[in-house]
Design a protein around this ligand. Sequence first.
Ligand SMILES: [Zn+2]
Ligand SMILES: [Zn+2]
Length: 617
Amino acid sequence: MEVANELKAGAEAYIPEGYDPQLYKIRHSAAHVMAQAVVERFPGAKPTIGPPIEDRFYYDFDLPRSPNEEDLAWIEQRMKEIIKGRHPFEVREVSAGEARELFKDNPYKLELIEGLIQGGYDEYGNPLPDDEQPKITVYQHDTFVDLCRGPHVPHTGYIKHNGFKLLTIAGAYWRGDASKPQLTRIYGTAWRNRTQLDEYLERLELARQRDHRKLGRQLELFTFSNKVGPGLPLWLPKGTIMRETLVDFLKQEQLKRGYSPVITPHIGRLELWKTSGHYPYYKDSQFPPMALDDHEGHEEGYLLKPMNCPHHIQIYADKRRSYRELPVRLAEFGQVYRYEQTGELGGLTRVRGFTVDDAHIFCRPDQVKDEFKDAIDLALKVLGALSFEDYRVQLSLRDPNDKEKYTGEDAQWEQAEQAIREAADEMGLDAYEALGEAAFYGPKVDFMVRDALGREWQLGTVQLDYNLPERFDLTYIGSDDKRHRPAMIHRAPFGSLERFIGVLIEHCGGAFPAWLAPEQVRILPITDAQADYAHDVRARLFDAGLRVEVDARSEKVGYKIREAQLQKIPYMLIIGKREMENDAVAVRLRTEEDLGAMPVAEFLEMAKTAIEEKRDL
Ligand SMILES: [Zn+2]
Ligand SMILES: [Zn+2]
């Protein structure tokens, strides 16, 4: 018994940092209870792995057939019965032989057991730190035994029968590997009580309505085609207008700040990527190289660019640079390609082709701090313009106890980290330091942004790099007439345009601020008699630079308003007989607020001010 208590106490260590321990145990236990119900429903079902994740849990099964709604309802009902049985979770350590015998009919568990025996892997098949050699333990409740290290609640009654819910069924590959068997993943969620569950389900519903994949279709912003390939977004006309507006905004800001725009091709010689270190080290996340004729027996070919840095480096290296012309700031909205696993693709937040609002700043060591300050300032300006007001600034620094992980000299790192700290300090930023989060080539500043639904995203980054200038032997001529090594800063205020727009769509629920809305104004004549006047107003607004359309269909105006509302168009101008006689428009906002009739010139003034000041409306 004492051994079991020790095992249970030790299991607490497996709760991830930042995860509420009680919720972790409830969800982990709910996953086991679900697995028992699934095995009862599907004789011969083979449970594989089932961990708690953020807000939820899942379990992957090899099933004789895919479950339907009816199965899910049955499983949920059966779980309630098991919960009411208050079955204790008992743990025991088993030998390798016992473990193999217990799970002899389940090849997945047998594979996990081999991983445990050889060491280096936990029971989810994840690699373990070198010094950790786990015991083989099993947890049992009622009739269900699982290969498991815990931790669990004391008995099934700790899971509330009205505090959990099964959510969805999805496909998943064994160990995330597309060449391995496809499994059925059942997701559920579990909370301390019904109130917490209801709150979570409400958040989920809101997120579902704001899902950028759904809104992207509804607002006709972007699409995907299987004929083009997964993860390769196609921007529709409306999405393109919005995207180009964002790009223009940043281009203007960059010009003011002394950036030089450049354009580079989408591919480069394999040699280039070997020098930069992107090949073969990141080979698995890249499209394979395009092989060319192999005349001399060495590997030759081209690679779709996973990064823009080496191309910009060649522009810097194109001529002799003097200390007087630094910093050189090269900016490009550069298309890059990465080979993400199919299972990870979904909407715009994970794609295989995307555009980085990239820039590389080559500067002297004494300029690093000021360049950092300016890059941070620009990133904050971008977030502010899009009403991301809730963010944290993370200073990602080196782990001082694990210096071998990083390139560069100690003194360089200390100087760089100090420069970043001072930059954040002088800007009055409430920044926090994250040790061990630096890139291997240098420290960075990351912007962690909370959206309207309270989810945190990493958008925008400023990174210092000592590695690439070294690898490409970049130099400038100092005032001493000697060659010196420049520092290099990578920065991208949006990060990836695709991902940023995906987050932005969900943040504002598709109701973009007026300056970004693909269609800013829609004119709605009440009858055909006002059609000519409507087109005349349209021409005037269009000439003043607004994006404006007329809905002249013979539909009821109420119907046209509802449609414009669904398209989240900021301003609707309703035109009847009286408006026409007075050279006026009746203004309705998408917030359903009615501003009444006003002269066309007055509306134009109002809309233009909102757009110039980047206000919502
Ligand atoms: Zn478990
Ligand atoms: Zn870069």
